[in-house]
Design a protein around this ligand. Structure first.
Ligand SMILES: [Zn+2]
Length: 64
């Protein structure tokens, strides 16, 4: 398995979108995609916490 490919492909913690990390000229970070990096930080933090809760609920529903 090519670990290099997996490292570059990431899921945004804010919007759940898959994005390419470490693209030159991109503002994306290890956890946040470029689009979400444009959102003001306090708002982004709220979205991340909502997304986290949604993910938790989804996981619980899948187990049920
Ligand atoms: Zn995003």
């Amino acid at each position: 398995m090519s670990s290099e490919d997996i490292k570059q492909r990431r899921q945004c913690r804010c919007c759940n979108r898959m994005y390419d990390y470490a693209v030159s000229g991109s503002y994306s970070t290890r956890f946040i995609c470029e689009e979400c990096m444009k959102i003001p930080e306090p708002i982004r933090r709220v979205l991340i916490s909502f997304n986290k809760r949604l993910t938790e609920i989804e996981t619980k529903l899948k187990k049920a």
